[in-house]
Structure formats: C-alpha cells, structure tokens
Design a protein around this ligand. Sequence first.
Ligand code: HEC
Length: 153
Amino acid sequence: MIFGRLAWIAGVACIAAAVAVQLVPVERTNPPSLGTLAAPPEIEATLKRACYDCHSSATRWPWYSHVAPVSWLVVRDVNLGRKEVNFSAWGRYYPVTRRRKLEWIGRALRDGKMPPWNYRLMHPDARLTAADQAALEQWVEAALATPSTERSK
Ligand code: HEC
C-alpha cells in the first residue's frame, strides 16, 4: 500500500519535472545570411541536405528541438557547428580562412565524421551516398587547387 502511494508520488514528481524543464529558455536562432558560398548546384544541394542544419543560419529546427532536454543538445550542436564552419558566413571569411575550412571539410568527409552519426540516425535523408561523398571530396580538392584571386587584406 505504502509502495503504491510512493510510486504514485514519484510518477507525479517525474511528470512535473518533465514539464518544468520545458520552461528553461533555449535560443533557436536563424540569423540573416552574411553571404553564402558559391558552389555548383548539385554540391550546394548536398551541403544543404546534409550540413546546413548545423553549419548555416538556415537551420530546419525539427520537432524534437522544441522538447527539453533534447533541445539543449540540438542548440549546442548547432552553435558549435556554426562556429566551426558556417556556410552562411562564407562570404565574410578571408580567403585563407576559407582554405582552412575547406581542408577541414575534406578531412571530416574522409574520416566519415560528418554529418554526425546521431544526426544521420534521425535524418536518413542527410546520409551521404558514396557518390555524394566522392563529389564533395572532388569539389573540395578542386577548390583548394584553384589559387585564390582575392587578395587577403
Ligand atoms: C547535427 C549537426 C551537424 C551536421 C548535420 C553536420 N555537422 Fe559538422 N560539426 C558539427 C559540430 C557540433 C561540430 C563541432 C564539434 C566537432 O568537431 O564534433 C562540427 C564540426 C565540423 C567541422 C570542423 C572540423 C572537424 O572536423 O571537427 C567540419 C569541417 C564539419 N563539421 C563539416 C561538416 C560537413 C561537411 C557536414 C555535411 C556533410 C556537416 N559537418 C554536418 C555538427 C554538425
């Protein structure tokens, strides 16, 4: 009897905590673009599908990004991702910065590190086929082989 009542109290406490945690403010931002990168349309389409949710200001916030505590993890990933590589700020990067980011992208692709596995699990459409992967790697290589015409300031 006493255990029944305890279980009931514990249940109510859990639900109350799950509701209360929704009240912690999280900021899901989509700031204006500062100049996106110019890539061939098929490369851009792949990047948009597989990378833009965390590496641009055009994030498509999924339903679970509105439910704490998962929302905290999603927002953290997006903020971290944008800090590393932001395709919506590409126009603002110095040429030397762009090259460095392109090198990172090539490495992340070769290592199969991006998009992250937990994201691929939730977004089957973001998975890269072998052909997507090869096309992206080729694009990175070509971009790195082209000497920059812009002079860095
Ligand atoms: C679910 C969010 C998410 C998606 C989608 C995603 N990334 Fe990331 N990415 C991150 C986070 C978070 C970091 C920073 C922490 C880390 O390195 O794991 C990061 C870091 C990076 C870095 C920095 C260097 C490195 O290797 O750590 C590169 C380059 C990168 N991502 C490229 C990509 C590319 C290319 C795609 C698409 C094919 C992609 N990412 C998709 C979240 C994401």
